[in-house]
Design a protein around this ligand. Structure first.
Ligand code: FES
Length: 661
């Protein structure tokens, strides 16, 4: 069958594919990213592309308006290639690097006590997870001709009092040469028993490398947050116990679906798991290459990689079938993964480098949350804390130094702009803030990077809804006021909508609106999160008033406005000083456990002490969820500051009615 050429714009990348191939698959083959939240099911509408020349078959669903279809837009996942094409990927269907930088912003704003602040971890009091030791060995003689290995182990015991060592074969294979090359001076690399003890019954340090001479001043480790969307990493100079470089990239698995469920589904296809596993190792390799280039270091000087990720990401990276995570009774293959040679998984590091994964708690509570709780320090404090990571999979932890309970709730993609007609990730041109003049309903729009508006990011949705509520254009059921002055509020293809940006001033080919359907999707997402907090608090006999602190983790959380989030009922109505942001706590935790075996053991302890609650079949959760489908909540008395603001709304509405009878 003839091959057909396709050129993707604006990158000008070409590919030849068989007739009938799906356009989305052709883009994958060309290495061109097109957003595809639903993994190509035709349900998200995010893979919109513009056919500049040529024609495709299909590509139309109700997710594409007739107006856009007439202009040449198609959904890439439903379009079959029938002739040569020139296809433009519009900005809203592309990824933006700005999001990656946000995911690296992991500088905590909370108050973290030693040893949980990075400065405390610089002291030598903490034993590193991997460390180098420089050895002077006595050369063999006729009187003492014990083996090279005995001589090495003896030197370790004599110089550093380190006993009980397991030795990798790779070390023994090179031992004779290395010792003689270095004239009986050599540097060994040890992987601490703390990581090794993950394997049941093991408690020995592991000798993973030996080099001639003194190289103890030169070695690095990498901490990686393996997110479903982004992969963020830090290169740690183990000699000075400091971060030397940071890098991040989109998880290349994104083209196979944006959430963990679509990844599990994809993993069940022929070669699906292998494809996903290669995608994540390719991403990690790319990020490591960036770190190496930034610091101009030898790849061989990287001795260890610590990863923290949700359970599905950890399984796929470790080549473990994630299918049982998704089906009742929701069992992961492993919670505590033994350290494995990074190279065995396809990570491009030298033979001696190991990969350790921060332990998981359950199918939907992964190492990212364990690392997050670790870096927040709540497990060391007396006061009651609520730790939340808001996202498609909302993660919630309640606890203190005595106990920790956790749950994960499927909030859906609304916080990341999914399920919102003009939703987009927090990238340039995303509307993040809005002010509405109550007298004429006209908005003032603020965008990221002060660029022309292209859509609405997750924090923007919160701010827009809060503002619409505050000026009285939206009621507490999430419906637009029918008696509002005409113009901005109007009937659209999805029902009632508020016109944020008309097409002549927007950065896309059309108006930007927020619809009642968008608001409904957001209400469900925030309702799921809030019901999750309530269910967990109820399970331990607490209420909001008992919370001493609320810690918000994650890139999305770092950008939300606390007051607005309380107005819409995403956060409990508590004094703002009780809230703190800790950014990418998963990456911070991965770094901390690399710098301290004591903290690695804490991570193990956290994973062991967390009690997981399954919310999917929990009756209280369902009741709380239904009660949360209101702004801010049906139990309005629990939101006293919002009540006071809403009384003000009545006043504003009264004034508007007078002006626009
Ligand atoms: S509609 Fe095409 S990927 Fe979702």
């Amino acid at each position: 069958m003839d091959e057909i050429k396709i050129k993707f714009l604006p990158d000008e990348v070409s590919v030849a594919v068989k007739q009938g191939e799906l356009l989305l698959r052709a883009a994958h083959a060309a290495g061109v990213h097109i957003n595809s939240s639903c993994g190509g099911q035709g349900t998200c509408g995010k893979c919109r592309v513009l056919i500049k020349s040529g024609a495709v078959q299909g590509g139309k669903t109700e997710k594409l308006s007739d107006h856009d279809y007439a202009k040449g837009y198609r959904l890439a996942c439903l379009s079959h290639v029938i002739e040569p094409l020139e296809v433009e990927i519009p900005p809203e269907s592309r990824m933006n690097r700005l999001v990656l930088d946000q995911n690296l912003s992991h500088k905590p704003t909370g108050r973290l006590a030693a040893p949980l602040n990075m400065d405390a971890l610089k002291t030598k009091r903490h034993r590193l997870l991997v460390e180098k030791k420089f050895l002077h060995l006595a050369p063999p003689t006729m009187e003492n001709n014990s083996s090279d290995l005995s001589r090495t182990l003896h030197a370790l015991k004599k110089q550093f009092n380190i006993k009980n060592i397991e030795v990798d074969y790779h070390v023994i294979r090179n031992l004779a040469r290395v010792l003689r090359e270095g004239e009986w001076k050599a540097t060994v690399t040890l992987l601490s028993a703390a990581a090794g003890s993950l394997r049941e019954g093991r408690s020995a340090d592991r000798l993973i490398n030996i080099e001639p001479g003194d190289t103890a001043g030169r070695y690095y480790a990498v901490a990686v947050d393996v997110g479903t969307t982004t992969v963020c990493a830090e290169l740690i100079d183990m000699n000075i116990r400091e971060s030397a470089a940071e890098a991040s990239d989109y998880n290349r698995q994104m083209k196979y679906g944006e959430d963990v469920i679509s990844r599990i589904i994809y993993s069940q296809k022929n070669d699906g798991l292998a494809t996903l596993q290669k995608s994540i190792t390719d991403t990690i390799n790319g990020v490591i290459n960036t770190l190496i280039d930034a610091q101009k270091i030898d790849r061989g000087n990287i001795c260890h990689i610590t990863v923290s990720g949700n359970s599905v990401m950890t399984h796929i990276l470790c080549n473990l079938d994630p299918r049982y995570i998704r089906t009742a009774p929701y069992t992961p293959t492993v919670n505590i993964m033994p350290p494995v040679k990074a190279r065995e998984l396809g990570v491009d590091l030298d033979d001696h480098a190991y990969l350790s994964a921060v332990p998981l708690v359950a199918s939907y509570v992964g190492g990212d949350i364990v690392a997050g709780v670790l870096s927040s320090g709540i497990y060391r404090r007396k006061g009651n804390a609520l730790f939340i990571d808001i996202g498609t999979n909302g993660e919630i932890v309640v606890g203190n130094k005595e106990w920790l309970v956790t749950a994960s709730c499927s909030a859906g993609p609304a916080f990341e702009g999914g399920g919102i007609r003009h939703g987009m990730r927090a990238a340039e041109g995303a509307i993040e803030e809005i002010r509405i003049d109550p007298d004429n309903c006209e908005p003032v729009i603020f965008t990221i990077g002060e660029k022309k508006p292209r859509g609405i990011c997750g924090s923007g949705i919160i701010n827009i809804i809060a503002e619409l509520l505050e000026v009285g254009l939206l009621d507490q059921n999430g419906k637009f006021r029918t008696d509002a002055p005409e113009g901005r509020i109007r009937e659209g293809i999805d029902g009632m909508e508020y016109l944020l940006v008309p097409s002549d001033t927007s950065g896309i080919d059309g108006d930007i609106v927020i619809t009642e359907v968008d608001i409904d999707n957001f209400m469900r997402a925030k309702g799921a999160m809030f019901a999750g907090y309530q269910t967990l608090l109820e399970s331990v006999g607490l209420t909001y008033a008992d919370l001493d602190e609320v810690i918000i983790a994650g890139a999305f959380g770092s950008y939300i406005d606390i007051e607005k989030s309380i107005i819409v009922g995403l956060l409990p109505d508590l004094p703002t000083e009780r809230f703190s942001f800790i950014g990418n706590s998963s990456l911070a935790g991965a770094k901390m456990v690399t710098l301290s075996t004591e903290l690695w053991e804490d991570a193990m302890r956290i994973a062991g002490m967390m009690t997981n609650f399954e919310l999917s079949d929990n009756k209280s959760f369902m009741d709380y969820y239904v009660a949360s489908l209101f702004f801010p909540h049906t139990e309005i008395k629990n939101f006293p500051t919002v009540m006071a603001r809403f009384n003000n709304i009545e006043r504003i509405c009264g004034r508007m009615r007078k002006m626009h009878p």
